[in-house]
Design a binder for this molecule. Structure first.
Ligand code: UD1
Length: 419
């Protein structure tokens, strides 16, 4: 298992290119199952989760060919076996994104239930209820979801709470259903909008993506398409915080500032100088940093996927900050590790209270999930001395070439491999 060794205390400076969004690339790859024609995807990030989904597609009968570091061509002449096995779903919950496309295209799917994960129970009941409303027969057996439908039928699906992959699964399923589907209380995330753009390119009829009501008129078949995946707003936010926490000056290139409004507003309130252009964001030194309160919310609110990283920033800000995690019930796995590095954080239910500024010192720490690992890397950049982050595979799931990108900005970071 790889580790990262980081020598903290250096201000980051320079420019970094933001990769394509993992959370947009995964549904895009799953959507390729909806057609027998070739779909070409560009700006796909070179991260492990993409590799996992490609492996899953391969087992289902798709041919995914890599045309370049970030370019893929996927075609699925037919679904060979509509099964997503435990081994892959266990590695990556987003594997559940193949459920909707499989039922819609093959009339049948067998997908392992994801089970618990480090950040809470994360059930998929709303995906299943939605598919039932489209007429699928759903059974849970031996830890698997078995879904069947000769052809799905359009329906009104009202989500009791916002779910991102739930919205994506249902939107994909509905593209091939008979009649019209209306999704209400749908997720408004940019990744949902990007998926709708891809599906429309393939010939789907979708209106309202980006709002909480999405209307999908089913069609008989979908066709070929070329699509460029949007930039990763979470990766972008992570590098902005890396710059902020080290008192650095960094320009992000190839990003979409409009997708980061809540994050940029929070950073400005903390006292950082943020400038934006059409596809770039520049963040400048803003010491002293001020503590602010924050709550995670569905888009356009502050993303839960940047909560852990923002918490590290608050350890370096003056005053007391309350961070309310409203999306996931137990997404504070990073807190004990941050405390070991010197942070002062109290937990009460779904809120964390951070007192700052506290000097951080390097330590050996262990990553527990993707975003928690990113937060430990940020803490290491701000800390005095050396930090070793264990279980870096969590980071590799979603951050492309993180040590190279950080080193390019002047960080002292090195990957240690046991292999
Ligand atoms: C997606 C993102 C993830 C992000 C999350 C919230 C991908 C691949 N992943 O995850 O990075 O952290 O959105 O922005 O895009 N829930 C249920 N039943 C369901 C579905 C969800 O109870 O059927 C709950 C979840 O446990 C969670 C909340 O709803 O508490 C939101 O989850 P959801 O939006 O579905 O997250 P994901 O789509 O899994």
């Amino acid at each position: 298992m790889d580790r990262l060794r980081i020598e903290g205390g250096r201000s980051l400076a320079g420019a970094v290119r933001v990769s394509g969004a993992k959370n947009a690339a995964l549904p895009a790859l799953a959507a390729c199952l909806l057609t027998g024609s070739e779909v070409r995807l560009d700006n796909v990030p070179d991260v492990w989760d993409v590799g996992t989904l490609v492996k899953l597609l391969d087992g289902l009968g798709a041919r995914a060919e890599r045309l370049g570091t970030h370019r893929w061509a996927v075609s699925t002449p037919e679904i060979a076996s509509p099964e997503a096995p435990y081994d892959l779903v266990r590695k990556m919950r987003a594997s559940v994104l193949v459920l909707g496309p499989l039922v819609a295209r093959a009339g049948r799917a067998r997908v392992s239930l994801p089970g618990g994960c480090a950040i809470g129970a994360r059930p998929i009941d709303r995906h299943l209820e939605g598919l039932r409303q489209l007429g699928a027969e759903i059974r849970l057996e031996h830890g698997y979801v078995e879904a069947r439908a000769e052809r799905l039928t359009g329906a009104l699906v009202d989500f009791p709470d916002v779910t991102v992959t739930g919205t994506e699964n249902l939107m994909m399923a509905a593209t091939l259903a008979r009649g019209t589907t209306v999704l209400t209380n749908a997720a408004r995330e940019p990744e949902v909008v990007d998926l709708a753009r891809l599906l429309r390119g393939m010939g789907a009829r979708i209106d309202g993506a980006g709002t909480s009501v999405i209307t999908i008129e089913g069609v008989e078949a979908l066709g070929p398409c070329e699509h460029r995946v949007i930039a990763d707003r979470i990766e972008a936010g992570t590098y902005l915080i890396a710059a902020a926490i080290t008192g650095g000056k960094v320009t992000l290139e190839d990003c979409e500032p409009g997708h980061l409004r809540a994050v940029l507003e929070a950073l400005a309130k903390v006292g950082l100088r943020v400038e934006t252009g059409p596809s770039w964001i520049r963040i400048g030194n803003g010491r002293p940093l001020r503590a602010i309160d924050l709550a995670t919310e569905p888009y356009p609110g502050f993303p839960t996927d940047l909560q852990a990283q923002f918490m590290v920033l608050m350890t370096q800000a003056g005053g007391s900050s309350t961070i309310d995690e409203t999306i996931f019930e137990s997404r504070f796995m990073h807190v004990p590790e941050l405390r070991r590095m010197g942070a002062s954080i109290d937990l009460a239910g779904h809120a964390a209270r951070v007192e700052g500024p506290t000097p951080l010192t390097g330590a050996e720490v262990t990553a527990s999930d993707l975003r928690a690992s990113a937060c430990l890397v940020l803490a290491a950049l701000a800390a005095r001395g050396e930090t070793v982050v264990h279980r870096v595979y969590h980071l590799d799931r979603g951050y492309e070439a993180i040590e190279k990108k950080l080193a390019g900005l002047g960080a002292r970071v090195e990957r240690l491999s046991d292999r």
